[in-house]
Structures are given as structure tokens and as C-alpha cells.
Design a protein around this ligand. Structure first.
Ligand code: NDP
Length: 297
């Protein structure tokens, strides 16, 4: 293996330690405790795991965690009512509605009902527009985590060729926007892209956010490129046991890339750490306090 491992576990621990220090400072010097409300609708097992983990890490950082678990058949109107109540709750600085929502609920309507200043997922249309125009916004957690790791590894990204595989609103598009804001030359690819491996092969930075197990192969990658693997795919091993793999084939990609994030232990841990960062930022902004420095080192 030639690639250096970008250790998301280590970086996320550093980030969470920084958040905890900032929270302690807010409590001691300003008598303020940041609060994060997480709303889960339904019984989706993966979402339940994420919500539990978010709650645990929020408390470990010294923040208040408020969890709302609603039944699968909750009416959209009742969910909107809860969002409005949380918008008006002074103890709540961040609101996250866990996606996906059940099919009878309009996700866009719910996301856009969240106060943009409390939208710690960064999915509200106002935050999307602010990010697209390079203004101060709430940045979606997963792309933010990817960007922090890239900047930690490379320093400046200016002038680098970046290819983002995937164009979802929650990962691909904001990731591309962040890289563009860092003056990368950005290509966004998707399911209709022709000659995907050829396009990927030009990149100094590849971010794979596809949701297809090990689709990106080592022979696609330019030697020495940095590969950020966002994918989380559960596959069955030869003995029938389940394991997690990314959107890149780690064995072949790590032979060629200069640096690579593993799955698990790469982007995943950074996502929750960035949620805590965003909650802290939202809280500081509310009280006009200086925002935390969120570099990893
Ligand atoms: P989506 O399904 O919303 O988007 C997938 C994107 O991949 C789409 O834009 C799609 O193109 C594109 N795509 C699908 N097939 C191909 C293909 N053969 N070639 C090129 N592009 C393709 O997924 P998400 O963005 O929500 O998530 C992507 C992955 O990241 C998933 O594995 C998810 O579990 C993981 N994830 C991980 C997180 C973490 O914290 N680590 C957080 C969020 C997601 P098109 O638009 O044309 O359909």
C-alpha cells in the first residue's frame, strides 16, 4: 500500500475536544449551554443508530441534547408544529431533522421550515444560497468534514483539479461548492456521466459520494491523488457476515492514491463532529460571540 491513511477517527476526536473546550468556555464565562435538538420520525434502524450516536456525542461535548422520537405515521403538520416550537425555543441552538422522512412527509417543506440560523445540517434553501455565493452560512456536515480533512492534509487546495462523484443535495453539490470556494477546478459527475473513469483519472482530489459499493477502482485514480470516500455500504462477506465498505475499492485504490480515507473510520466520524461544530457556531452567532476556530491541528 502506498497511500497515506487520512484518519477521520483521530481528526474527529481532535475536533470534538476543541468543541468541548469552547463549550466549557461558553458555560463558564457566559453561562450559556449550546443545545441541539434532533428529530427522528419512524423506526429506520440506520437512522436510530445515527440519532443515538449524535445524542451521545452532543452530551460528551458538554452540550444539551434534546431528542424527539415521533411515530412513523406522524402528520406533516404535527412535525412542522414541532419545528416551529423548536425555532422559538431559546435553549435550542441547532435543529436537525433526521432524513429520510417517511414518504407521506414533504422533506423540502420540513427542512425549509427550520430557522436557517438553527439549520445545523445546512440544508435550508437560504444556507444553500449563502454557500453558493460564498457567504457565511451553515455548511452541511459531511462535506464540511471532507473539506477539513483535505485542508489538513494539503494546506491550500487552490488550483487543484477536483472531481466529485455524485450530485446529491446533501453531499455532492455542497462538496463541489466548497471545493470551488477553495479555488479548485471542480468537475461534478453523476449517473449519466460518460467515461467516468477517464474523468476521475484527471483529478488531484476525488470525492466519492455515490452509494454504490466499491465502484471506484484503483486503475481509475491518478497516482498520488487524494481520495475521500464518503460511501457507506453494507455488503455481505463470503462467510455471510456483513461488513461496511465505501464507494471506492480500498485494496486497489490504496495502491495508487497518495492519501485515502478508510471506511469505516474516515468521513463518518467527521460528520458528527462537524454537527457539533455547527451547533456551537449557531450558538455563538446567536449571542454575537466570536466563532470557534475549526482547524483540525
Ligand atoms: P444519493 O443516492 O442521494 O446520491 C448518489 C449520487 O451518485 C447521485 O447523484 C447519482 O447520480 C450518483 N450515481 C449513482 N450511480 C452512479 C454511477 N454509476 N456513476 C456515477 N454517479 C452515480 O446519495 P448521497 O449523496 O446521500 O450519499 C452517497 C453515499 O454517501 C451513500 O453511500 C451514503 O450512505 C453515504 N453518506 C455518508 C455519510 C457519512 O457521514 N459518511 C453522510 C451522507 C451520505 P444521479 O443524480 O444521476 O442519480
Amino acid at each position: 500500500m502506498v497511500a497515506q491513511i487520512i484518519d477521520g477517527k483521530l481528526f474527529s476526536q481532535r475536533l470534538r475536544d476543541k468543541v468541548a473546550l469552547n463549550v466549557a468556555d461558553l458555560k463558564n464565562n457566559h453561562k450559556i449551554t449550546p443545545g441541539l435538538a434532533v428529530v427522528l420520525v419512524g423506526e429506520d434502524p440506520a437512522s436510530q443508530v445515527y440519532v443515538k450516536s449524535k445524542g451521545k456525542q452532543t452530551k460528551e461535548a458538554g452540550m444539551n441534547s434534546y431528542e424527539y422520537k415521533l411515530k412513523e405515521d406522524t402528520l406533516e403538520l404535527d412535525l412542522l408544529k414541532l419545528v416551529y416550537d423548536l425555532n422559538n425555543d431559546d435553549a435550542v441552538h441547532g435543529i436537525l431533522v433526521q432524513l429520510p422522512l417517511p414518504p407521506h412527509i414533504n422533506e423540502e417543506a420540513v427542512i425549509n421550515a427550520i430557522d436557517p440560523a438553527k439549520d445545523v445540517d445546512g440544508f435550508h434553501i437560504s444556507n444553500v444560497g449563502l454557500l453558493a455565493t460564498g457567504q457565511s452560512s451553515m455548511v452541511p456536515c459531511t462535506p464540511l468534514g471532507c473539506l477539513l480533512m483535505l485542508k489538513e492534509f494539503h494546506g491550500s487546495l487552490s488550483g487543484m483539479d477536483a472531481v466529485v462523484v455524485g450530485r446529491s443535495n446533501i453531499v455532492g453539490k455542497p462538496m463541489a461548492q466548497l471545493l470551488l470556494n477553495e479555488s479548485c477546478t471542480v468537475t461534478i459527475t453523476h449517473s449519466r456521466t460518460k467515461n467516468l473513469e477517464h474523468v476521475v483519472g484527471r483529478a488531484d482530489i476525488v470525492v466519492a459520494a455515490v452509494g454504490k459499493a466499491e465502484i471506484v477502482k484503483g486503475n481509475w485514480i491518478k497516482p498520488g491523488a487524494t481520495l475521500i470516500d464518503v460511501g457507506i455500504n453494507r455488503v455481505e462477506g463470503s462467510n455471510g457476515s456483513k461488513r461496511l465498505v465505501g464507494d471506492a475499492e480500498f485494496s486497489s485504490c490504496s495502491e495508487v492514491a497518495g492519501a485515502i480515507t478508510p471506511v469505516p473510520g474516515g468521513v463518518g466520524p467527521m460528520t458528527i463532529a462537524c454537527l457539533l461544530v455547527n451547533t456551537l457556531v449557531a450558538c455563538c452567532r446567536k449571542y454575537g460571540l466570536s466563532e470557534p476556530d475549526i482547524k483540525l491541528s
